[in-house]
Write a protein that binds this ligand. Structure first.
Ligand SMILES: NC(=O)c1ccc[n+]([C@@H]2O[C@H](COP(=O)([O-])OP(=O)(O)OC[C@H]3O[C@@H](n4cnc5c(N)ncnc54)[C@H](OP(=O)(O)O)[C@@H]3O)[C@@H](O)[C@H]2O)c1
Length: 215
């Protein structure tokens, strides 16, 4: 949104920030669904949460339980919902099935890992190489990642080894585009689905015809 490339752009001047949690200080006499003290999150993107106070309409927000951790409440509305819908809407995933995803350390990716793990679904998580690869890999495994793989390894024979013990993915989640997306497709099960939800590399998604037609 700040770059001006997002689909939703507010009129300027505007306050940035799509996510966050707030506490209701006071409500108007007509307000039914909220009361002072409630925790609320934005109903939609573009509310502008990078501020300390706001006067909003009742419909702009909805309440969330204040028994959940504050950071979870503040980041609940966008990425975990995206992850949940992607794991629910495209393939009928059962325990033991696999999902492959790039940008696995992103906000969306980490939500995918946790929701999938809770459902007994394996995740094959692709991240870019970095000096602290092992540390990041350990962190993702600690929240439920089944496998964490460097992007460069997707073309290597070690992937064959992995699929001796892990089922081929029914679902591929692409937040990057470009070559990374093409590489995800190589490993997808016949008849599986690739869902593109982001394009962090700013490169187009290219699909080899042979995969599109025969897989
Ligand atoms: N469609 C929807 O409803 C929906 C909802 C939520 C989010 N999104 C989209 O999902 C994407 C991720 O959002 P987020 O909030 O989860 O992001 P985030 O937490 O900021 O993470 C960004 C991720 O992108 C990776 N990345 C950045 N540049 C890259 C490049 N050139 N090549 C490969 N990977 C790259 C980063 O990897 P490194 O750590 O290696 O830099 C990191 O994993 C965004 O495009 C966002 O707009 C879409």
């Amino acid at each position: 949104m700040i770059q001006g490339t997002y689909a939703i752009l507010p009129d300027l001047p505007a306050v940035g920030g799509n996510e966050g949690v707030a506490q209701v200080i006071e409500v108007g006499s007509q307000v039914k669904s909220l009361k002072a003290g409630d925790w609320v999150i934005p109903r939609d993107a573009g509310l502008g949460t990078w501020r300390t106070e706001a006067v909003l309409a009742e419909d702009d927000v909805f309440s969330v339980p204040n028994s959940i951790p504050l950071l979870s409440a503040a980041t609940l509305g966008v990425n975990p919902c995206t992850a949940f819908r992607m794991l629910s809407d495209f393939e009928d995933l059962r325990p033991g099935d696999s999902v492959i995803q790039n940008a696995a350390n992103s906000g969306v990716g980490q939500a995918v890992i946790q929701i999938a793990a809770a459902r007994g679904i394996n995740t094959i998580n692709i991240i870019r190489d970095r000096p602290d690869f092992t540390q990041l890999s350990d962190r993702l495994k600690a929240i439920g990642a089944s496998h964490v793989i460097r992007e460069e390894s997707l073309r290597r024979p070690e992937m064959k080894e992995l699929f001796k013990t892990c089922s081929k993915p029914k679902l591929a989640l692409n937040g990057v585009g470009g070559k990374s997306a093409t590489e995800l497709l190589r490993h997808l099960q016949v008849g599986g689905s690739m869902v593109t939800y982001g394009g962090m590399s700013k490169q187009p998604v290219t699909v080899p015809v042979v995969r599109h037609h025969f897989k």
